[in-house]
Design a protein around this ligand. Structure first.
Ligand SMILES: Cc1cc2nc3c(=O)[nH]c(=O)nc-3n(C[C@H](O)[C@H](O)[C@H](O)COP(=O)(O)O)c2cc1C
Length: 479
């Protein structure tokens, strides 16, 4: 897989493999009025990655990079695959790799580009960076949208990494919003129980494999650094900043170091922040990092993945691919026969599985097994199973199956399952009562197995014929 040394290496590689148009440089965009909007408009049409420079009020070279994995091609490159890898093959490659993954621990180095600038004492000022206000309804400027929050278990030394949104709250204050089951919160509680603050480092600007690993749900005790090393095939280069126990990527763009006091001792109003569901749901008194030191490279780059409507392929595109690959793996482990692929729509709101039916009940087995992967904190809402002739990476093809192979009275089941605290459809009284449950829909859009062979034939050219036509009519059929 990929082994980019840092974010800059990835940006260079994108232009080398996909052409210079793949990373659009934008000069003079305002961090409040323009950057978030341009990012969203470009993402909606699956446009290029964006590198904002000459941001008014900031030195030239202090940049913001967005839409970094906003297309299948960029995601493939980020994961070290050929840019023209078919969408489902990206999921398959990811699943196969995860299945045989050997964690590789990070490699300790003595120095790295992140130490080019070290701000301490009165020089500590988060305001030196051009942090954007991503959406106009946001309650602040979020420097951490695709960040890595690093903590270390005081008992075992386990280094955990998670992605939690981070908002600039002053020169030396950064708020974090961590949901209740997050590992960093569990680690912080151990320090708090001993009357100590929790040492913490927030990394802004790292290569896409590290970004992806940071948001993966590695089990407690396993470091996401080891996971990232396994995914890259080589250990991540990390260094221990002087006096710190927290390893940080040696070539990160920005590292914000500090301590996290208990929320009862210090907290700040956090949010609202436009979330990945496309809504604002959370705002409240949250934890604060007291920033003690900032490290950054010359001409630092903020890596931004602002949430957008879930139907827009956002910067962190590897998340739905990863989700699909984990469900695929789970289906196979559950004994579902002949799984041909899994695809996630709207990030994870609709999971679509294709199978080759070999017996009655296969489709229902696939639906229930896919549902079985859902946990508290996940928001999968619709589960659909289709036959192998459906291209599940094409929403129109999936809709065709749903519209024509489903008898709504027979083929749809509605159940209740866990959801996430940011589910916009959770009724206020349920949320207040701590009831995080929501309906889910299981849709069997396969041809009924009992009379599958008598199902009307489709009047659509098959893949082999399409391929042959494309070959014969290259000028007319460029696709
Ligand atoms: C772009 C992105 C932003 C995220 N933001 C948050 C957040 O603000 N708060 C949170 O609790 N989880 C957030 N998550 C989910 C966690 O990063 C994810 O569940 C991760 O596995 C948590 O790590 P942990 O299990 O080590 O705590 C985000 C994930 C992604 C991909």
């Amino acid at each position: 897989m990929s082994a980019f040394t840092d974010l800059r290496h990835y940006i260079e590689h994108l232009t080398e493999t996909l052409g210079s148009d793949e990373v659009r440089r934008v000069d003079g965009a305002d961090r409040d009025a323009d950057i978030g909007g341009i990012t969203e408009l470009m993402a909606e049409r699956e446009g290029p990655a964006l590198l904002f420079d000459n941001i008014p009020g900031f030195p030239p070279g202090y940049r913001v990079f967005t839409n970094f994995m906003g297309t299948a091609a960029r995601t493939a490159v980020a994961l070290g695959l050929a840019p023209d890898t078919p969408k489902l093959d990206i999921v398959r490659a990811w699943k196969d790799l995860a299945g045989r993954l050997e964690p590789i621990p990070p490699v300790r180095v003595e120095t790295g580009a992140v130490l080019e600038n070290v701000l301490v004492g009165d020089d500590v000022d988060l305001g030196v960076f051009p942090t954007p206000r991503w959406h106009d309804g946001d309650g602040g400027r979020y420097i951490g949208t695709a960040c890595m929050v690093i903590t270390r278990d005081p008992d075992t030394g386990w280094v955990n990494i998670g992605t939690y949104r981070a908002c600039v709250q002053g020169r030396d204050r950064l708020s974090l919003w961590m949901l209740g089951n997050r590992h960093a919160l569990a680690i912080a509680r151990k320090y708090w129980a001993r009357g100590r603050t929790c040492p913490i480092a927030v990394v802004v600007g790292q290569d896409p494999i590290l970004s992806t690993a940071a948001a993966m749900a590695a089990p407690a005790g396993m470091s996401e650094y080891d996971l990232a090393g396994g995914l890259r095939g080589r250990g991540v280069e990390v260094l221990l900043p002087p006096g710190s126990e927290l390893p940080v990527p040696a070539h990160a763009e920005i590292v914000i170091e500090g301590e996290l006091p208990p929320v009862e001792e210090e907290s700040v109003l956090e949010g609202p922040f436009g979330e990945w569901t496309g809504y604002y749901t959370h705002s409240g008194q949250e934890t604060v990092v007291r920033v003690t030191r900032i490290l950054h490279r010359d001409d630092p780059i903020i890596l931004g993945a602002p949430p957008m409507l879930p139907t827009v392929p956002a910067g962190d595109q590897a998340v739905p691919l990863y989700s699909a690959s984990v469900t695929w793996e789970h289906l196979e482990a559950s004994g579902v026969q002949n799984v041909k692929g899994v695809w996630a729509y709207a990030r994870q709101l609709m999971m679509v599985v294709s199978i080759e039916q070999t017996g009655a009940g296969d489709a229902m087995h696939a639906l229930f097994a896919a549902l079985g992967r859902k946990r508290t904190g996940g928001m999968e809402r619709y589960f659909v199973v289709v036959d192998e002739d459906i291209d599940i990476t094409d929403i129109n093809h999936v809709l065709w199956a749903m519209f024509t192979r489903v008898d709504p009275k027979e083929s749809i089941q509605v159940l209740r399952a866990p959801t996430t605290a940011i589910d916009p459809r959770l009724a206020p009284e349920r949320r207040e009562a701590g009831d995080l449950s929501m309906g889910v829909v299981l849709i069997d859009a396969c041809k009924p197995f009992a009379w599958k062979d008598r199902f009307p034939a489709a009047n659509r050219f098959d893949e082999a014929t399409r391929e042959a036509l494309r070959g014969r009519w290259k000028g007319v059929l460029p696709l």
